[in-house]
Structures are given as structure tokens and as C-alpha cells.
Design a binder for this molecule. Structure first.
Ligand SMILES: Nc1ncnc2c1ncn2[C@@H]1O[C@H](COP(=O)(O)OP(=O)(O)O)[C@@H](O)[C@H]1O
Ligand SMILES: [Mg+2]
Length: 196
């Protein structure tokens, strides 16, 4: 268990260092490509409700995607980080509906729908530092999305947004880790996992 935590910490440091080397232009271009790939995905076009995240720092940009989904009438839920590390959810109602949250996050200021609200999403988009071919996901280390994804049904597409080099052969994982069903990358589009 401790060994897994150490392996994850080492991999996090490596992935964060690689992201730190991306220019603002590279990040913006990656965000546009991921946005367009996801907007044209049939599951996304049919989704009445999408649970997403509002990117900060060097995370794959999701703000344009969130805005575009909202503009075309999709109900978008965004996470509100609770002090215990779990995720509450509230609706995105345009760029002006966000307020500063903890750890530099931008969060929806709308009424909170509860930790169980994510279970009503037709598609769930999650951040990740790396994912492997089996769908094992490395996050920032808070375990928040493991808790949220434990409430999501097995048939719901859970898609992690990554840069091109972040789908790996193997990501260390523990019993509490919840796998994702697909990844979206700038130059590869959406890839279902586990790969056949
Ligand atoms: N379902 C859960 N309930 C309570 N705590 C959890 C749960 N899932 C994860 N955690 C906590 O989050 C911590 C970090 O999880 P980890 O998987 O290493 O982070 P991340 O998924 O962000 O990379 C775990 O050590 C655990 O304490
Ligand atoms: Mg985890």
C-alpha cells in the first residue's frame, strides 16, 4: 500500500514536470482539440446532463468545452470541493456563475446539489495526470474523483482529459481507485478503454 503511494507520488511529480514544460499556446491548442473531439462525440451530443470540471493551471483546458456545452443547452454540473475532500456539485450557468474556490479552483456559485448529483450525469468528464490502458487513473492525490466516481453507474461514459503523452502502459493503483472508461487526447481524439 505504502509502495503504491510512493509509486503514485513519483509518477505525479514526473507528469506535473512534463505539463510545466508546455507553453500557454500548446495548452490552449490542446484544449481546443479536446473540446472539438468531445463536442462531436455522439454520447456527448445525446447527453442531457454532463458532469465536468473547470480547468486550472496546466490541466487540459476544459473551460471552452464547458462553455460550449452550456451554450448548446446541455445541463453542466461542476464540482465543489468539500473540506473533507469529497465533491459536491452545482450547475454551470455561464462564466459569471463561477466564484473562487479553495486551491485556486473556480467553482459554481449556484445551489449545491449534493454529492450524489454526479449519479444523474449521462457523461462524466474528469481531470487526470495519467491513465493507463486498463483505465487506471492518476489524480492530484486527494482521491476526490475516486469518491465521486464510486457513485456513478457502470454504464456511464467516464472520460479523462489528457495531453497526448499521458496515456501510459501502467499507472499504479489501489483498491479505492475507480477506473475511467475512455480518454480524450488532443491528437488522438477519444479512445475507449481498455483498448482492444
Ligand atoms: N472512496 C473513498 N473514500 C474515502 N477516502 C478515499 C476514497 N478514495 C480515495 N480516498 C482517499 O484519497 C486518498 C488519495 O487517493 P489517490 O487515489 O492516491 O489520489 P488520486 O486519485 O487523486 O490520484 C486515498 O489515500 C484515500 O485516503
Ligand atoms: Mg485515485
Amino acid at each position: 500500500m505504502l509502495e503504491v503511494q510512493q509509486d503514485k507520488a513519483a509518477l505525479r511529480a514526473r507528469m506535473l514536470a512534463a505539463r510545466a514544460g508546455l507553453s500557454a499556446d500548446e495548452r490552449a491548442e490542446a484544449g481546443r482539440l479536446i473540446r472539438d473531439a468531445l463536442l462531436s462525440l455522439p454520447e456527448m451530443q445525446m447527453a442531457g446532463t454532463v458532469a465536468a470540471y473547470y480547468s486550472v493551471g496546466a490541466e487540459p483546458a476544459s473551460r471552452g468545452l464547458v462553455y460550449a456545452l452550456w451554450k448548446r443547452g446541455t445541463y453542466v454540473l461542476l464540482p465543489v470541493l468539500r473540506p473533507d475532500g469529497d465533491l459536491d456539485w452545482a450547475s454551470y450557468e455561464g462564466p459569471d456563475s463561477l466564484v473562487p474556490g479553495p486551491r485556486g479552483l473556480r467553482e459554481p456559485g449556484e445551489p449545491r446539489r449534493g454529492t450524489g448529483a454526479v449519479a444523474r450525469a449521462d457523461v462524466v468528464l474528469v481531470p487526470a495526470l495519467a491513465v493507463d490502458r486498463a483505465g487506471n487513473r492518476l489524480g492530484r492525490g486527494g482521491g476526490s474523483f475516486d469518491r465521486a466516481l464510486a457513485r456513478v453507474g457502470p454504464l456511464i461514459p467516464v472520460i479523462a482529459l489528457l495531453y497526448d503523452g499521458e496515456l501510459l502502459a501502467r499507472v499504479p493503483n489501489a483498491v479505492h481507485d475507480i477506473r475511467v472508461r475512455a480518454v480524450a487526447r488532443p491528437h488522438h481524439g477519444v479512445t475507449a478503454l481498455p483498448a482492444p
